[in-house]
Design a protein around this ligand. Structure first.
Ligand code: SAM
Ligand code: DTB
Ligand code: SF4
Length: 334
């Protein structure tokens, strides 16, 4: 009998502990690892820290839609572009809490409130705080994504019961000004610092499919991996192309490249919840399964993201059943 063929590159030691000293070149090199070897390594790291059959489930609600002064080239909610999204004012706290109760009943663990704001105005804080404390009282993990925050605003949100704050870097630093010019990369990093300093967990990731290069994708992951603490949640969005936006006609990223992005995210931020965020609507079960193998362990559930469609409950119940995966125990509801 022939001896089994072992690809020794596949059994190189896998770093067990998170590192913060990744170089851009190291992250870029991971993207060049042969696909099956990369996914294998990411799967090993995934198993080191997580049960690979468990998924964290978050649900989004747009609590303030459209009319945003920022010019993010991917976004349906920017007032700079003519899109089909209708602007509406900040929702009442009771309506948000009732939507959160429905999300919980449908199986969501975390409820994320999104507002199309550049930054938070102090006059809106009491209403936002009421939403957060009401959602928290339901026994859900709370998350919000409201634009830039001052350190004092971050402290106020934490005091209201906010567990996570989502603020994405979106892409690598070299490509950023091709996507948005009304704020800087440093503005984003400053808000992330305010969130960390207030004692909240960060949810920070980005988007693929905006015409960026692989080096830009590596650049984003390098930024995340060298933050003072890795984001507890790391969403990877596959661009939802929005007609009327500058990026509405972008070429979709190939599925294998999306899986690579997930695998490299898992390798450089081993203890983060890596989320397949926007884009599952146009992904097959097989592609999502490949992402889970490569270390993704979180999804958005519910039929809507903020302004675009998501697979919805029936499709996701079938996905979990077919893959024999199950919801993860909640991480923090204190
Ligand atoms: N206005 C706040 C902000 O920008 O931080 C919060 C809401 S904003 C919609 C949250 C994130 O959603 C963006 O940073 C971006 O990463 C993601 N996003 C927005 N539109 C998207 C799209 N069309 N496709 C994929 N991801 C998108
Ligand atoms: C994240 O990374 N993706 C979510 C959430 N965090 C806020 C938003 C996705 C938005 C997709 C486009 C839309 O629905 O408008
Ligand atoms: Fe505004 Fe956020 Fe959309 Fe940018 S991504 S235009 S900041 S809502």
């Amino acid at each position: 009998m022939n001896a089994p063929i072992i690809n020794t590159s596949a059994i190189r030691p896998v770093p067990a502990e998170p590192r913060h000293d990744w170089t851009l070149e190291e992250v870029e090199a991971l993207f060049e690892v042969p696909f099956t070897d990369l996914v294998f390594r990411a799967a090993v790291v995934h198993r080191r820290w997580f049960d690979p059959c468990e998924l964290q489930l978050s649900q989004l609600l747009s609590v303030k839609t459209g009319g945003c002064p920022e010019n993010c080239g991917y976004c349906s909610q920017s007032q700079h572009f003519k899109t089909a999204t209708k602007a509406s004012k900040l929702m009442e706290a009771e309506a948000v809490i009732s939507a959160a109760a429905q999300a919980k009943a449908a199986g969501a663990q975390r409820f994320c409130m999104g507002a199309a704001w550049r930054d938070v105005k102090d006059r809106d804080l009491p209403k936002v705080a009421a939403m957060i404390s009401g959602v928290k009282a339901l026994g859900l993990e709370t998350c919000a994504t409201l634009g830039m925050l001052t350190p004092d605003q971050a402290k106020a949100l934490k005091a209201a019961g906010l567990d996570f704050y989502n603020h994405n870097l979106d892409t690598g630093p070299d490509y950023y000004d091709q996507v948005v010019t009304t704020r800087t990369y440093q503005d984003r990093l400053d808000t992330l610092k305010a969130v960390r300093d207030a004692g909240m967990s960060t949810c920070c990731g980005g988007i693929v499919g905006m015409g960026e290069t692989r080096r830009d994708r590596a650049g984003l992951l390098h930024q995340l991996a060298t933050l003072p603490s890795h984001p507890e949640s790391l969403p990877i969005n596959d661009l939802m192309p929005i007609p009327g936006t500058p990026l509405g006609g972008s070429q979709p990223v190939d599925g294998l490249e999306f899986v690579r992005m997930i695998a490299v995210a898992r390798l450089v931020c081993p203890k983060s919840m890596v989320r397949i965020a926007a884009g599952r609507e146009h992904m097959s079960q097989e592609l999502q399964a490949m992402c889970f193998l490569a270390g993704a362990n979180s999804i958005f559930v519910g039929a809507r993201l903020l302004t675009t469609d998501n697979p919805g409950r029936n499709a996701d119940e079938a996905l979990l059943a077919n893959l024999k995966m199950r919801p993860m125990a909640m991480t923090q509801v204190s």
